[in-house]
Structure formats: C-alpha cells, structure tokens
Design a binder for this molecule. Structure first.
Ligand SMILES: CC(C)(COP(=O)(O)OP(=O)(O)OC[C@H]1O[C@@H](n2cnc3c(N)ncnc32)[C@H](O)[C@@H]1OP(=O)(O)O)[C@@H](O)C(=O)NCCC(=O)NCCS
Length: 181
C-alpha cells in the first residue's frame, strides 16, 4: 500500500512526520519495539522477547511494502521513531471484509496526539481498502488506549477472560473492539 507522507504539529508544538516504514528503517524499528515493551506492560512482549534480527526485520518490512493490504506507519520526530501503527487486511477471501490495527507510542511522547493521528490515518486507509470492519484488541486496564479507541468510534465486541498474565501475577482480559467503517 502507498501512503503520502504528511507532517502534523503535536500538542507541545513539535513537528511530527507520518510516513511509511521502509526496510531501511529495520534497525530503528527494532530499537523502538524494545523500548516500547520496556516502557509499558500493555504490550504483548517483554523486551527480551523481541527476538527478530535485522535481516528478518528487513525482510518483514519488504513484505509489508510490497503488500496491497498491509502497511506500517511511523511517526518520526527529530529522526527517531516516536510511534508506530500497523494496519493489516486479511488475505483469505472469507475474511477480506475485516482488518486489524495496532499501535504504540514511546512513553516520552504520550498525550501529545500521536496515537490519535496514527489511528485516524489507519481508519482512512482501511476505508480506502474497502474494509467493512476494523478491529483491535487491548489488555484490560489500559484506560488510555480504551479512551482513545472509544473516542474514534471503536466499540467492545468480545473478551477473552484472563488472556494475559501480567508481571505482578494478576490476570487481565483481552478486549476486542471493532469499528464499522
Ligand atoms: C495507548 C497509546 C497508543 C496512546 O497514544 P498517545 O499518543 O498517548 O495518545 P493521544 O495523545 O493521541 O490520545 C490519547 C487519548 O486517549 C484518551 N485518554 C488519555 N488518557 C486517558 C485516560 N486516563 N482515560 C481515558 N482516556 C484517556 C483521550 O481520548 C486522549 O485523547 P485527547 O487527549 O485528544 O482527548 C500510548 O499511550 C501507548 O503506546 N501506550 C503503551 C502501549 C499501548 O498501550 N499500546 C496500545 C496497545 S492496545
């Protein structure tokens, strides 16, 4: 999928760039994934579980860039990846009306409008793909994510009880949300 890069201004006045991730971003992206998983318990992986090497990440990003129903966007600030969103359409015909989105933002940049900007773009791209539903899931207790998703029209449709065991041993549901496009 193609995406015309665009700039926007964060709530603190800084300039941010939204652009498609390229294979040349592999190293930056791996660093981003390690850092975000260190900063939040609301992501799937522990930092040491981000085990993809550079060449695998290059291959992965090449595949995404060549795909006509998947895209990874980065929010870049001063040359660093501050946020990332991934939109994935389905390849199987019975599932092609549905797509999935996920996102993450470096903690230093929370509350500045990056999540909202990236998710808004992902919704527009999903509409352009002709998807009927855009879906995501979050770990129960993630109030910031829930608030953002609800404000953009996502609604809870299902839960997997006790889907996650958090570092302190408590269990948390996986909450599935959907937006009708
Ligand atoms: C969740 C996350 C993506 C949000 O990104 P962000 O850039 O901080 O979000 P934004 O600043 O664009 O918007 C935050 C919105 O969340 C909502 N929000 C923020 N804090 C909230 C809270 N405590 N309760 C309810 N809603 C809240 C508001 O709607 C806010 O929008 P507004 O400021 O325009 O009113 C980011 O915090 C993050 O990456 N967290 C760690 C990883 C993660 O949880 N990823 C999502 C996995 S499902």
């Amino acid at each position: 999928m193609k995406f015309e890069e665009k700039t926007f201004v964060l709530k603190n006045g800084q300039q941010a760039l939204l652009r498609q991730l390229q294979p040349t971003d592999a190293e930056k992206m791996l660093e981003f994934l390690r850092e975000t998983s260190r900063e939040s318990d609301f992501l799937l992986r522990y930092p040491e579980e981000n085990i993809m090497g550079i060449s695998e990440e290059v291959q992965f990003l090449e595949g995404i860039c060549q795909s006509d129903n998947k895209i990874m966007l980065a929010c870049v600030i001063d040359g660093s990846v501050a946020g990332n969103t991934s939109l994935r359409g389905n390849d199987f015909r019975k599932l092609r009306h549905r797509g999935e989105v996920s996102l993450g933002v470096r903690k230093a940049y929370w509350h500045l409008g990056i999540g909202r900007a990236m998710l808004t773009e992902a919704v527009a791209l999903a509409r352009n793909l002709g998807l009927q539903y855009l879906e995501l899931d979050y770990i129960d207790g993630n109030a910031r994510a829930k608030g953002l998703y609800e404000s953009l029209g996502f609604r809870e449709i299902a839960r997997i009880p006790q889907a996650y065991r958090q570092p302190d041993g408590t269990m948390a549901d996986s909450v599935l949300m959907r937006k009708c496009l």
